[in-house]
Design a protein around this ligand. Structure first.
Ligand code: MSS
Length: 366
């Protein structure tokens, strides 16, 4: 077998044995490394960069970082130091790449074949976007989107719009969004978007713009390729186009993190089947677990602290397993009553996979 790829320099501080290094810009948390204590340690959290990470020097003077706010009555630049005077909020969210679960698509879409590990539950601190807007006189009239622009240096000789990381979300997302400078109790690392990042709770990862240098209220969606053609729910056989749904709000999803087949055969007897469940912006009402591939279901117990509707819940079902093979599956219901579907929604990019069948695991007992 080929030697595992080393961690890239900007993420060299991460726990290598908890991560699968797909490439220097795509690191995935191992399924067996999620643990059961709700928050994903920063050292084990996945990384996804669409462009090379900026130079670490952008962290030398964090408070001097500048973000330009547009589409408000009084548009202007604000430093991180000034943002810190406008408000403070802490929120736990699931950060999940919209391609998480792509590895289960039989069509093998291009892009990283993540299974479950392009996700984590993270605690962020920062200023509510609505406070910033209030300080600048309110949103200008006619605006329908919040658009965030990443601060990466763009490669030369190409049309900037083909590479720029710039995403728009519906303006209602502003109510929950924050500009964050802290993650899990530490200053935000370069790998996760330090010194300043937009967090849009309940929305797929790509909308959470790192190294944010511009926050704009806009009438239309960004013209960047990553918005117009990337991250769209393109039906099989079709070409990506701006009239297809964008990957925005996450839908209800869960998966089992233990026991796993890679942990070897189990002894007959009691097993604690555990995993995580989240409901996008809606939170989790309950989770059911099946040990027969989805023929019958039993209510699992939600365990650990409830960190709010944007966080994930840990769940457990104690079951007695006899000799043989067992297909373990989980199926979550959000607080609006939406039930996690059996099947994925087919799409060219391999996005938004919430299928409980795809996420089932087969364990053997001997
Ligand atoms: N931001 C920026 N600036 N850049 C890039 O590249 N990416 C995305 C987000 N943001 C980016 C950004 C994605 S795509 C994702 S997922 C996320 O981020 C991730 O995060 P972390 O921290 O984990 O790395 Mo898919 O949907």
């Amino acid at each position: 077998a080929a030697a595992p790829k080393p961690l890239p320099g900007y993420a060299g501080w991460k726990a290598g044995n908890a991560l699968i290094v797909h490439s220097s810009s795509t690191l995935e948390t191992r399924r067996g490394a999620f643990g059961t204590s709700v928050v994903t340690p920063s050292s084990q959290l996945y990384v996804r960069n669409n462009l090379p990470a900026p130079d670490a020097a952008i962290l030398d003077d964090r408070n001097a970082w500048v973000v330009r706010v547009e589409g408000v009555k009084n548009p202007r630049e604000l430093t991180l130091a000034e943002l810190k005077t406008l408000g403070l909020e802490t929120v736990a969210t699931v950060l999940q790449c919209s391609g998480n679960g792509r590895g289960f698509f039989p069509t093998k879409p291009s892009g990283t074949p993540w299974t479950v590990g392009a996700a984590g539950c993270v605690v962020w601190s920062g200023v509510p976007v609505r406070n910033v807007v209030a300080a600048l006189g309110g949103v200008a009239s006619g605006m329908a989107y919040v658009t965030g622009t990443g601060g990466e240096k763009l490669p030369e000789g190409v049309d900037p719009l083909t590479v720029l990381v710039e995403r728009s979300v519906p303006i209602k997302a502003m109510e929950d969004a924050i500009l964050a400078w802290e993650m899990n109790g530490e200053p935000l690392s370069l790998a996760h978007g330090g010194p300043l990042r937009l967090i849009v709770p309940g929305y797929q990862g790509v909308n959470n713009i790192k190294y944010i240098k511009r926050l704009a209220f806009t009438e239309a969606q960004s013209q960047a390729r990553i918005m117009q053609h990337g991250y769209r729910m393109t039906p099989p056989g079709a070409k990506a186009s701006p009239d297809q749904p964008s990957v925005w709000e996450m839908t209800v999803k869960s998966w089992i993190n233990g026991p796993l087949p890679e942990q070897g055969p189990l002894k007959p007897g009691m097993v604690q089947v555990h995993g995580v469940a989240f409901g996008g912006t809606r939170g989790i009402k309950g989770v059911e677990v099946s040990v027969d591939g989805g023929k019958t279901w039993q209510a699992a117990q939600l365990i650990g602290p409830d960190l709010g509707r944007f966080a994930w819940r840990q769940f457990v079902l104690p079951v007695r397993l006899g000799a043989g093979t067992h297909v373990l599956a989980s199926r979550a219901t959000d607080t609006a009553g939406n039930v996690q579907p059996e099947q994925r929604e087919e799409n060219v990019g391999g996005y938004n996979n919430a299928s409980w069948a795809d996420h089932a695991v087969t364990v053997s007992v001997a």
